[in-house]
Design a protein around this ligand. Structure first.
Ligand code: CP3
Length: 375
């Protein structure tokens, strides 16, 4: 295992015990702002998670996934675990997008092996009319405490990403009561009571705006909006029921703090066909899944936004040689231009062999150095 030298010392320590002097690496933030960098920065969606044995150990100690999210010290510990192993260029807050509807009173729980569920999904009109915007500092204080603790532990070594779900993606879970194969309940509501659908989305957009601004206040240096289910919407419906609310959030976000720009990334899974509209939403960067040719995407958006992505996470099930070859293809497709943050096209699988992540991160760094040096 080739440890990130800056973080090797951190392994196994709890947040409060971290040493203080580490080099500052802001490559990720500069790439998001399309400034030149010597190499392509890399982080991975779900980089702290079940593919890491140390994560499974901490989760066991916490009791459950939700206990882990609600314990700032342990959330900090798992946030730093992938950084101790790999040369990653950013940390992402360890939490979940569903903490927001939980704070709205829906009662989040995780049934073993079944994914997230809500005790009180939105069914009746009065339940929808009663929805209110939670105060993020009061109701989601554990998230803000985790952000502050992680920032202190990172000590500016790499930037910290805060995040939220998009209103549409959160609404899918709030109406379906959990994951879904066909989105029948939420689409029934959308096509039978669009007024109620818009009400849910409007309250949720206000909640997300306040939540992300509180994360920024607590120390998040970039924010990402996960629109994981935007891609299940019809062409016009995507713009009306997902992108319009993402735009609202972007318009309400704190974009500068202590003289630094706080970049915002929008990731719509399955959103490649709407790239021009997403690039025009007010985002600094657009996340791409693996169905998109990132070179074509760059030519399409020009200098408007940075791009983040987009290796198929399943590539990490292959041989180390295949991982390196596929990773180089993404770098070559983007070409010798500023404004690329390497990532997977969706979250890393729990079945990923951890050694392949080393191959991936090291290949991205070394190969992009060569490509960018030829600029
Ligand atoms: O990227 C990171 O490392 C930060 C942590 C993070 C988690 N969830 C931790 C998590 C982030 C950014 C999320 C976002 C999230 N959560 C999304 C959007 C991104 C995406 O994947 O599309 C969604 C849709 C959720 C909702 C959610 N949470 C689902 C569907 C599940 C179960 C799926 C699964 O992988 O089992 C979760 C649980 C969850 N969130 C886990 C982790 C590490 C696994 C829980 C465990 O430890 O058992």
């Amino acid at each position: 295992m080739s440890d990130n030298p800056a973080f090797a010392a951190l392994r196994g320590l709890c947040c409060r015990g971290f040493p203080v002097s580490r080099p500052k690496n802001d490559t990720f933030l500069r790439a998001l702002l399309r400034q030149p960098t010597d190499y392509t920065p890399v982080w991975l969606m779900r980089q702290a998670g079940r593919y890491l044995p140390e994560y499974r150990e901490t989760r066991k100690r916490a009791g459950s996934f939700l206990d882990l999210c609600k314990n700032p010290g342990l959330a900090c510990e798992v946030t730093l675990q992938p950084l101790a192993r790999y040369n990653l260029d950013a940390a992402i807050l360890f939490s979940d997008i569903l903490t927001v509807p939980d704070a709205m009173g829906l009662g989040l729980y995780f049934a073993e092996g079944e994914g997230p569920k809500f005790e009180r999904p939105l069914k009746e009109e009065w339940e929808i009319r009663n929805l209110a915007v939670p105060d993020p500092v009061q109701e989601l204080g554990y998230v803000m405490d985790a952000v502050a603790e992680i920032r202190r532990a990172l000590d500016d070594s790499v930037p910290l990403i805060g995040f939220s779900g998009s209103p549409w993606t959160l609404a899918c879970y709030m109406v379906e009561g959990g994951g879904s194969d066909d989105y029948r309940k939420v689409k029934t509501l959308l096509y039978s009571r669009p007024d109620l659908m818009h009400h849910i989305l409007s309250i949720t957009a206000q909640s997300v705006t306040a939540y992300l601004n509180a994360q920024i206040e607590a120390g998040a240096q970039a924010v990402m909006i996960f629109d994981s289910w935007g891609g299940v919407l019809a062409h016009e419906a995507y713009k009306e029921f997902s992108l319009a609310y993402i735009r609202q959030i972007l318009a309400g976000l704190t974009r500068e703090k202590d003289g630094e720009r706080i970049p915002a990334i929008v990731f719509t899974k399955g959103g490649g066909i709407w790239l021009p509209e997403i690039a025009d939403s007010g985002a600094d960067a657009v996340g791409l899944d693996w169905t998109v040719d990132i070179g074509a995407a760059r030519r399409l958006v020009g200098d408007k936004v940075a791009l983040q992505g987009n290796l198929d996470p399943s590539v990490l099930f292959g041989t180390p040689e295949a991982v390196a070859a596929e990773a180089r293809k993404v770098i070559d497709a983007y070409g010798p231009h500023a404004g690329h943050v390497f990532n997977l096209g969706h979250g890393i699988s729990q079945f990923t062999p951890p050694e392949n992540v080393n191959v991936l991160v090291d290949t991205i760094h070394s190969h992009s150095r060569q490509v960018l040096a030829g600029r």
